[in-house]
Design a binder for this molecule. Structure first.
Ligand code: SF4
Ligand code: SF4
Ligand code: SF4
Ligand code: F3S
Length: 387
């Protein structure tokens, strides 16, 4: 395997290919878990656009699951964590002392990634993994709104004793995709222009190594065509070639419809992007299970009320800093948070003034302007509903 840099791990790691040609831009999104209401509008927007046909009945490219018990497919994360634990018992540890703002913002991960575990175990595979059963794919919303067991001791604010939260999931369009690495047919590719990861359906022969290797279980097998399918990041909208977009890059279906305005899309590797600010500068948005090693490009603002230990396992050791920033936001962060869900246009850059957040499209034209603090209007006495 080649050695490639993984900034989320703070070190180099093994990967079957040399670093994929540096994507000019990298498709990316930030999801603010604190704001999600689990309405599943995102889920249905994706389904009614891309997976409404025969053979796709159990395919949910976007899903929202209730943690800690829910999962689609069921137990996907616990199973992958268990495989890593089996490969390297007790090894999934971070060295926070080696934190370095430029190269190792979360410290250094000393455990094995899914690629390194496969290498160490001499599996002959690109990554460790497993193929979920049909049963595990069949119940996407199992354990919705199910909390942890109530404790008589009561909660300790800000963490709650009894808790659950919603985890919104699409393909992460990883910088080091395990799906791509595992396919013997080289049927999966990552586009240089925007980093979107796609299955070439004319090359795919249904080997399902991709389904096995993706630690997030975001490649799905379609029985009636015998090929793999996955989230395509709504690429016609991102390209601006969808008739609706009138030539201008737009955000994806699941992002544009979000009722809770929890989602923001942009280019994580562009200094001017609000996503770059949230991930690299403010460090308030974190990767999902960075220890898997694929360098995922969907980031999360973690939920404030959940025990830190659980969150650190899920989002790495950057959780405490992220939550401290989110609980006491800077003026710039407050402004950028207002841009979530404010427009369907893809925001390439932004400006925060004293009282407004302004978003610009890729050609630098202003496309949205929102107040940072909503004006409070007090109803005058003569207009009161009750006297
Ligand atoms: Fe959550 Fe938005 Fe999806 Fe509703 S549409 S479930 S608020 S991510
Ligand atoms: Fe591939 Fe899975 Fe990463 Fe998506 S999340 S790019 S399917 S490894
Ligand atoms: Fe579906 Fe598009 Fe969202 Fe991917 S980006 S989950 S294809 S709506
Ligand atoms: Fe390759 Fe997956 Fe198809 S491994 S052949 S893309 S099912």
């Amino acid at each position: 395997m080649a050695k490639v840099p993984n900034w989320q791990l703070g070190r180099e790691m093994s990967y079957p290919y040399e670093k994929p040609a540096a994507a000019g831009k990298q498709f990316s999104a930030v999801f603010n878990i604190n704001r999600c209401i689990a309405c599943q509008t995102c889920t249905m927007a994706c389904k009614s656009t891309w997976t409404f046909s025969q053979g796709q009945e159990f395919m949910w490219w976007n899903n929202v699951e209730s943690k800690p018990y829910g999962g689609y497919p069921q137990h996907w994360d616990m199973k992958t964590l268990a495989l890593l634990e089996e490969a390297d018992p007790g090894g999934q540890k971070w060295d926070a002392g080696k934190k370095d703002p430029a190269n190792a913002p979360y410290g250094v991960y000393n455990g094995l990634t899914v690629f390194e575990a496969a290498e160490q175990l001499k599996t002959g595979q690109a990554a460790i993994g497993y193929i979920p059963t049909d049963q595990e794919w069949s119940v996407p919303n199992i354990h919705e709104d199910t909390s942890t067991v109530f404790s008589a001791q009561g909660g300790q604010i800000p963490e709650h004793q009894t808790w659950f939260f919603y985890l919104q999931r699409i393909c992460n369009h990883c910088s080091y995709p395990a799906c791509l690495a595992s396919c013997p047919r080289k049927a999966i590719y990552k586009r240089e222009e925007d980093g979107i990861v796609l299955v070439d359906q004319s090359r795919c022969r249904g080997y399902r190594k991709c389904v096995e290797a993706c630690p997030y279980k975001k490649v799905m097998y379609r029985g009636n065509t015998r090929i793999a399918e996955k989230c395509i990041a709504c690429y016609p909208r991102v390209e601006g070639t969808d008739p609706l977009t009138e030539g201008e890059p737009m955000v994806t279906r699941c992002i544009s419809v979000c009722v809770g305005k929890i989602r923001l899309q942009g280019w994580v590797n562009d200094e001017k992007s609000p996503i770059n600010f949230l991930v690299h500068k403010e460090k308030v948005a974190l990767p999902l299970y960075p220890q898997f090693g694929t360098q995922p490009n969907v980031y999360y603002i973690p939920p404030r009320w959940v025990p830190r230990q659980y969150l650190r396992q899920m989002f790495g050791p950057g959780v405490d800093e992220a939550l401290a920033k989110y609980a006491n936001p800077s003026h710039e962060l407050l402004g950028v948070l207002q841009l979530f869900g404010a427009t369907q246009k893809l925001l390439a850059s932004y400006e925060i003034t004293e009282d407004e957040a302004i978003g610009f499209n890729t050609s630098g034209r202003e496309v949205v302007r929102v107040p940072i603090v909503e004006p409070v209007i007090v109803r005058p006495p003569e207009r009161l509903n009750i006297t």
